[in-house]
Design a protein. Structure first.
Length: 313
């Protein structure tokens, strides 16, 4: 594996889950693997979990992480080919990616979508430009359309907490005041499609994810019906895909309550807005496994870095 940019870079999710669990039980076992190797983390957007857990993962492998907030701290980067750079951008991605590759053995990038230009977002302009012009492996720390470190984390967490061979997993939309990306929901869907789970998606009409992502997964517009016999309820807001980037619905009846959740475990990638997405009574109960889920971010990232280091040695 050279790069990790999508859930599709996972060949066998069950073996990856077992490998991640093994790393979790002995995090420093491979501390020599990354000795004297540098991981560069480039953030075009905010982060708490990804920023810290990916650094922790690198440290567990003996790597040296270096971090940069690209938006604001770096020169404005130009991505267009042949652009006359007489505007706000001062450095082309061709030089920027090549230069960072001189300092780093692996580059990890976070770059969110515009949510105004579907074609541009689906082209994964920033991620693919780094892939094209960097000379070292690339890790996606959440791009316009995917968050594969989160998706792998979620698969590990479900495997750890499952009490039956084929649990029922529901991905539920919940209301939010702002337009949010589809990346987490997309990668979670792709991860669940690779696992042996009974997986359904529930969202209001007008909020179906990309048909390419949904594939054959059932989409139910009645949340109560979807939650019946659920073992895991994974909650996330996303803006409309059909009416690209629009907030069409903020109906509080889609918020997750203790009563709706029943005996299911509650999952969310975080950060989460309390009493908008989910009520306090859920997050403050044993039904919520969001902290355990966030802990697994380290081992998902560590497995990805380990696989890249081993493949590129
Ligand atoms: N879940 C997640 O990616 O969290 P951050 O945005 O804080 O990194």
């Amino acid at each position: 594996m050279k790069h990790y940019t999508s859930i599709h870079d996972i060949d066998d999710i069950n073996s990856w889950i077992e490998d991640a669990k093994a790393l979790k039980s002995d995090p420093l076992k491979h501390v020599e693997l990354g000795r004297n190797k540098t991981l560069g983390l480039l953030f075009f957007n905010s982060s708490l979990r990804t920023r810290l857990s990916t650094q922790k993962a690198a440290l567990n492998l003996g790597m040296n992480p270096i971090v940069m907030n690209v938006s604001g701290d770096a020169w404005g980067i130009e991505f267009g080919d042949g652009t006359v750079m007489n505007g706000n951008t001062a450095e082309h991605i061709k030089e920027a990616a090549a230069v960072v590759s001189q300092y780093c053995d692996i580059i990890a990038v976070r770059a969110f979508p515009t949510l105004t230009d579907k074609a541009k977002d689906e082209s994964e302009e920033v991620l693919n430009a780094f892939k094209a012009y960097a000379s070292v492996p690339l890790v996606n720390m959440e791009s316009a359309t995917g968050h594969p470190l989160q998706g792998l984390t979620d698969a590990i967490t479900i495997s750890e907490h499952a009490k039956k061979a084929r649990p029922k997993v529901v991905l539920s939309w919940a209301p939010h005041i702002k337009a949010l990306p589809h990346a987490v929901a997309n990668s979670f869907t792709q991860a669940m499609q690779k696992m042996d789970v009974d997986f359904v998606i529930t969202n209001p009409k007008g909020y179906n994810l990309s048909p390419e992502i949904v594939g054959d997964t059932p989409v139910i517009h009645n949340q109560e019906e979807a939650f019946k016999d659920a073992d895991f309820v994974y909650v996330k807001n996303w803006s409309s895909y059909e009416d690209y980037g629009e907030v069409l619905n903020t109906d509080p009846n889609w918020m997750i309550t203790k009563e709706k959740l029943g005996d299911a475990k509650f999952m969310h990638c975080l950060p989460v807005r309390r009493n908008v997405i989910v009520e306090d009574a859920v997050l403050d109960s044993d039904s919520s496994i969001v902290i355990q889920q966030a802990n697994n971010r380290t081992y998902a990232a560590q497995l990805v870095l380990k696989n890249i280091l081993e493949s590129n040695n």
